[in-house]
Write a protein that binds this ligand. Structure first.
Ligand code: HEC
Length: 117
C-alpha cells in the first residue's frame, strides 16, 4: 500500500516535470535562434571575405590581383554578386575561378558586399 502511493506521486511529479520542460524549451529555442542568426550573418560576410576573397581583391576591398570591390554594391545587386562569388568571372581584368564559396557562405559574403557603395 505504502509503496503504491509513492509510485503514484513519483509518476505525477515526472509528468508535470516533463510538461514544464517541454513548453519552456520550445519557446526559448525559437527566440534565441532568430536573434543569434542575424548577428552571425552580418559578421560572417566580412569574415568569409577576409578568408576567401581578400587575397585577390585586397584586405581593404581596393583590389590587388582582382578588381576594386569597395563600391561593388553600386554596380551589382546582391544576386549578381552571389552568382560571381559562386561561378567566378572571366573578363578583361583576368579570371576569377569558380567554386570559391557556395551555399550559406556565398549568401553571406554577397549580402555584405552588396552594402558597399
Ligand atoms: C584568385 C583570385 C580571386 C579570388 C580568390 C576572388 N576573386 Fe573576385 N575576381 C578576380 C578577378 C581577376 C576578377 C576580374 C574578372 C574580370 O575581368 O571581369 C574578379 C571579379 C570579381 C567581381 C566583379 C567585379 C567587377 O567590377 O565586375 C566580383 C563581384 C568578385 N570578383 C567577387 C569576389 C568574391 C565575393 C570573392 C570571394 C568569395 C572573390 N571575388 C574571390 C579574382 C579573384
Amino acid at each position: 500500500m505504502k509503496k503504491k502511493l509513492g509510485t503514484m506521486i513519483l509518476g505525477a511529479a515526472l509528468v508535470m516535470g516533463l510538461a514544464a520542460c517541454g513548453g519552456g524549451s520550445d519557446s526559448s529555442d525559437s527566440g534565441s535562434s532568430s536573434g543569434g542568426g542575424q548577428d552571425t550573418a552580418s559578421a560572417g560576410g566580412q569574415k568569409i571575405y577576409d578568408q576567401k576573397c581578400s587575397s585577390c581583391h585586397g584586405g581593404d576591398l581596393k583590389g590587388g590581383m582582382g578588381p576594386d570591390l569597395s563600391k561593388i554594391g553600386a554596380k551589382y545587386s546582391k544576386d549578381e554578386i552571389l552568382k560571381i562569388a559562386e561561378n567566378g568571372k572571366t573578363g578583361d581584368k583576368g579570371t576569377m575561378p569558380p567554386g570559391i564559396v557556395s551555399g550559406d557562405d556565398a549568401e553571406q559574403v554577397a549580402q555584405w558586399l552588396s552594402e558597399k557603395k
